[in-house]
Structure formats: structure tokens, C-alpha cells
Design a binder for this molecule. Sequence first.
Ligand SMILES: N[C@@H](CCC(=O)N[C@@H](CS)C(=O)NCC(=O)O)C(=O)O
Length: 279
Amino acid sequence: MATTARAATTNGTLTSTHATGTSNGTVPPKITLYTNHRCPFAHRAHIVLAELDLPFEEVIIDLDTPRPQWYLDINPRGKSPIHPFHLIENKANLPSIKYQIPGLMDSPAIITESAIVAQFLADAFPSPLLPSSHEDPLAPLRRARIGFFTDTWNAKLSSFQMSAMKAPASEKQGVVDDWVAAIEKEIEPLLADAGPFFGGSKELTLAEAIVAPFLVRMYAFADDVYIPKSLGEKLDGLPNFGKWSQAVMGKESVMGIWEGEKFKQAFAKKYGGSIVTMK
Ligand SMILES: N[C@@H](CCC(=O)N[C@@H](CS)C(=O)NCC(=O)O)C(=O)O
């Protein structure tokens, strides 16, 4: 189990070190995660690191102020806004990781983009999250299915949360109905063999690590303030999705950094001008 020692939180200051109590006797790579626990994309990296029980250093990047120059220098991405979650234009995104294998690499590598960070870690440290390509003849197929699942989620569902939050109160239920219909059509069939995790896995997979931050936020904001509660009720009623989502949200690796009300209030403060509440 990972342990965390916390120190003062300032923009870009090392705030905590996560260390495992176990060691397999090999020199571990040094991993630094540049993150903010509010960020759903950074949440992906936290889930993978927790599942892998990897030691890492954490640097909290303030989401409410412009990125410090040193972070812009190490993260070349984020020159233009590409997602509704962007808060400050023309500033580097988080998460990123700094990755160093002492004795093997001349200088650390910086890896950016949450899905790439998550897959990189899953590739670097074999686990039930993701089979390696040549683990067995069916492994490439399992990897492709995980990729298709996350691609489907991103392509078909990613716009609904903000649409529902921004819709006038009288239109929110309509957005919820379309959202649930899209999940039933696109995602429900892909979970037919979940057991309880993707593809019949007994353990969390990369499929869940990529989409869980958004799953958590769907349920959390379905509170009759931002989004009708009926969203959660209808999703729980989908046989495959309902069972799967409860299993995912039952995992400590998924819920460990989620501070529900605190993050919801921070979100409301940030997006206050564009979101519409129900009461
Ligand atoms: N495509 C990026 C998106 C990351 C992203 O949008 N992160 C947000 C925080 S949740 C961010 O850093 N936005 C820029 C900003 O706040 O200035 C990824 O998956 O890593």
C-alpha cells in the first residue's frame, strides 16, 4: 500500500512523496508526477500509479493561476485550447511525468498527455492493467479492445457533461436522456463480458483507468443541483453499465484522490459564469 508524506502546497513545489513498502529488489525508475487532484486527466495517472503501487513524487500545479515558466518549459503541449476543461488559454496542460532510470538514461524524459502517460506506465510495469503486446497470441486483441472502448467513450460521450451543466434547468433532463441513450447504445454492449472489469478482468484495466475520472464526475454532479439525479438512477438501471460502474467506483485506486464536495465547489467557482444550476 502506498504511503504519503505531505508538506506545504505551493505552485510547483514538491508536495508529497508516495512510497511503497515493498520492493522487488530492482532499482526503480524515478517518477515525478505534475498534477492537480481536481483535474480529471491527471486523475488517470493517479489511478495507474495506485494500481501499480509505484513510488512517485508529486508536484501540485495550481490550476487557478498561469503555469509557471519552468512548467511551460518542460511541457511542450497546450499551446491552444482543445477541450472544454481548459481553463487558461495558451498554457501547458497537466498532467506530465518526469521519468528517469538511474544509470540507464542520461537525462530524464518528460511524458505528457494523460492517456499516453497512463499507457506508458502500464507498458513499463506489467500488470493486469494491460497485457504486453506479445504476452500471448490474443494479447494484441485485448489491447485493441481496450483502445476501442476508450476511443468510443471519448468520441461519443465527452461532450455531454459540460452540455448538461450549461443547459438551462428546463433542458437538462433532455440532455440526460440523450446521454443515457448514447451510453446504452455505444458502451453497454462493450461491457457484456465485464467481470466485473473490462473484458472479463477481475482486476482494473487501462480501460477503466482512462474513463473512471469522467465516470466519477458524472455520478458526482448528478445531484439535482448541476445535473438531474435521474442520470445516476438510469445508469444504475443498465444491467452491464450499472454493475461495472459500481465496481469501478468501489476501487480505492479510483476514489483515493477524489474529494467530492471540495472539487465540485472549485469547479463551480471556476465555471460559475457558464454553468446553470437547477435551484
Ligand atoms: N489532452 C490533455 C488535456 C489535459 C487538460 O486539459 N488539463 C487541464 C487541467 S484539468 C489543463 O491543464 N488545462 C490548462 C489550464 O488549466 O491552463 C490530456 O489528456 O492530458
